[in-house]
Design a protein around this ligand. Structure first.
Ligand code: G3P
Ligand code: CA
Length: 246
């Protein structure tokens, strides 16, 4: 039997158990901890600056309030994105996509960019352009929960690897993944464990599967046995030290 490839160790929002999610220290920690992919979320400000933040609003992860697309970059840059996590992180900023890519550019990890909807064609172009400026297109996968955003990525940069995030996992998942030409389809942990037929269909199509977000280490062995190609987890350092990832 051929040896199974090692699973990707994907740092979800950076190494987000040791530093605030989606901040530069979380990304630096992910690299130090041996992540093979660093995942983060991109949204665009009112004045069209791509920034790295998960939620629609800044309320949970900063000391401000309001929706990201209603705020200018200057307004977001004033916010404290670290205090909520711990006093030692006070004063951290919401990073721009540019700052994040500058940190990740030296490598060695690959880059998993989640584009949060809505994202216009121009916004997708701007994200792709920032990757291209740093010669990072070949080291990146652009993914979204919104199939239309994935289509925009395909239209703007057909050569770049794409990923589809889904809340369903069935025969239509395989069809849609094939139609979009994605290299990975990334469902929930529960969907993978409940969906051996869909796993087989994706494997037959040569499409990888990296579930989110297995933060209970007891989930890792069943997921690897189910055939996943990576694990998107907040515990990337622990995953690096886990013998089953090899
Ligand atoms: O990369 C997949 C995962 O990040 C999707 O969920 O809500 O953490 O962005 P969420
Ligand atoms: Ca994400």
């Amino acid at each position: 039997m051929p040896a199974r490839a090692a699973v990707h160790r994907v740092a979800h929002r950076g190494y987000s158990t040791v530093a605030p999610e989606n901040t530069l220290p979380a990304f630096a920690a992910a690299l130090r901890a041996g992540a093979t992919f660093v995942e983060f979320d991109v949204r665009v400000t009112r004045d069209a600056v791509p920034v790295v933040i998960h939620d629609r609003t800044v309320d949970r992860t900063t000391d401000g309030s309001g929706r990201v697309w209603d705020l200018t970059y200057d307004e977001i840059a004033e916010l404290d994105a670290g205090s909520w996590f711990g006093a030692g992180f006070t004063g951290l900023r919401v990073p721009t996509l540019a700052e994040t890519l500058d940190l990740l550019a030296p490598g060695p990890a690959e880059i998993l960019v989640e584009i949060k909807p809505p994202a216009t064609l121009d916004e997708v172009k701007s994200i792709v352009a920032q990757l291209a400026e740093r010669d990072l297109l070949g080291r990146s996968v652009l993914q979204s929960f919104d199939a239309d955003v994935v289509r925009k990525v395909r239209d703007v940069a057909p050569e770049v690897r794409r990923g589809l995030l889904l809340f369903r996992f069935d025969a239509e998942t395989v069809e849609l993944s094939r139609e979009l030409g994605v290299t990975c389809t990334n469902p929930s942990v529960e969907d993978v464990l409940r969906g051996p037929e869909t796993m087989a269909g994706l494997a037959a199509a040569g499409i990888g599967v990296m579930p989110w977000t297995p933060n209970d280490m007891a989930q890792w062995r069943p997921l690897v046995d189910a055939g996943v190609s990576g694990l998107i987890t907040d515990l990337v350092g622990e995953l690096t030290g886990w013998a089953g990832a090899e």
